[in-house]
Design a protein around this ligand. Structure first.
Ligand code: FES
Length: 326
């Protein structure tokens, strides 16, 4: 049961591999592109195991009149199927996409900005870097973290744009980035925009929360919702409906519930809005909370979880789907 979104037909205009595991895809809506602000994303209807699913992709770069939307998709080994579907797209293929929406809007009131991109988290950040770099009155620095150079798209473009304001960190050569370093790059007025994998996001948030800086000055967007465990299949019990379901390795609890005819409210499907939350009655193994809606304390209680992204690892799960608010 999804809310909002205006959907339209679109055509794949061009695909191009821009890093070892990243495909850039240009998509033109049949009715023409909408003006969008940096940080926006579109939803794409994808077919996974024959079932329609929705995946969200940030729009890369800035809006240009009459130019197609540009997204970049990382091929994930533990993919739930979305990235494989997108990688199979070819020029001329038809798609259903939503109009752009922005949940990660750049606020232009600060004098100082630090942009942090981890891996494919570069996609919303690239447009922000371009827009801020074009404004002489604003100071912008950027930190781009990735596993290796060959897996990081847009590096040369960013080097040309930001020059010494760009720090690149390759973990295969330099080891894990120490997030405490971030605090040396900011001051009381710096707005930080962060997009990256769960481990990086958690580490930066922890560093920030333990610092003296205002929590409001750290803004972030999730992607993919990777967890602490590799996805595994598990058994899901729902006593209210007297059902026992098998959640496949590449399937979410939300899609298993929908497939079996159990309706759950949802919106973002990215672990951000909390609308899909379910009550945990019991579990074995470990709950792999992959959302950014619940606080760390709430996650530790293991009473609720987001059905769109979170799962159980090394065990099974019994839940209630009744939505009762946070
Ligand atoms: S649908 Fe938004 S958190 Fe699950």
């Amino acid at each position: 049961m999804r809310f909002r979104n205006t959907w339209e037909d679109a055509t794949v205009i061009h695909t191009e591999q821009v890093a070892a595991n990243v495909m850039q895809i240009q998509i033109a809506p049949n009715g023409g592109t909408e003006r969008f602000s940096v940080g926006s994303h579109i939803d794409v209807s994808v077919l996974i195991n024959g079932h329609p699913e929705i995946r969200s992709y940030s729009l890369v770069g800035q809006y240009r009149t009459s130019s197609p939307y540009k997204i970049a998709v990382k091929r994930l080994p533990a993919s739930r199927g979305g990235s494989e579907y997108m990688w199979r797209l070819k020029e001329g293929n038809k798609l259903r996409i939503s109009q752009p929406t922005n949940h990660f809007e750049l606020n232009f009131t600060a004098p100082d900005y630090l942009l942090i991109a981890g891996g494919i988290g570069i996609t919303p950040i690239l447009g922000m870097a371009k827009q801020l770099a074009a404004q002489a009155s604003r100071k912008v620095q950027m930190l781009y973290l990735g596993v290796s150079k060959k897996e990081m798209p847009y590096v040369e473009e960013l080097k040309n744009l930001l020059k010494d304001r760009l720090t690149i960190h390759y973990s295969d050569e330099q080891g894990l980035y120490d997030t405490a370093q971030i605090l040396k790059l900011v001051n009381d007025q710096t707005l930080v925009y962060l997009c990256g994998p769960l481990g990086l996001m958690n580490a930066v948030r922890k560093t920030w929360e333990e610092s003296s800086f205002d929590n409001q000055n750290l803004r972030f967007e999730t992607f993919g919702a990777s967890g602490l465990f590799a996805p595994q299949a598990f058994t899901l019990n729902i006593p209210r409906f007297q059902k026992e379901l098998q959640v496949k390795k590449n399937q979410t609890i939300l899609s298993a519930l929908e497939e079996s005819g159990i309706e759950v409210m949802y919106d973002c499907k990215k672990g951000e809005c909390g609308l899909c939350q379910i009550d945990i009655i019991s579990y074995t193994g470990a709950i792999d909370h992959r959302d950014f809606f619940f606080t760390e304390e709430e996650k530790g209680e293991n009473k609720k979880m987001c059905a769109c992204v979170s799962r159980v690892a090394n065990g099974n799960l019994t839940i209630d789907t009744a939505y009762r608010g946070k």
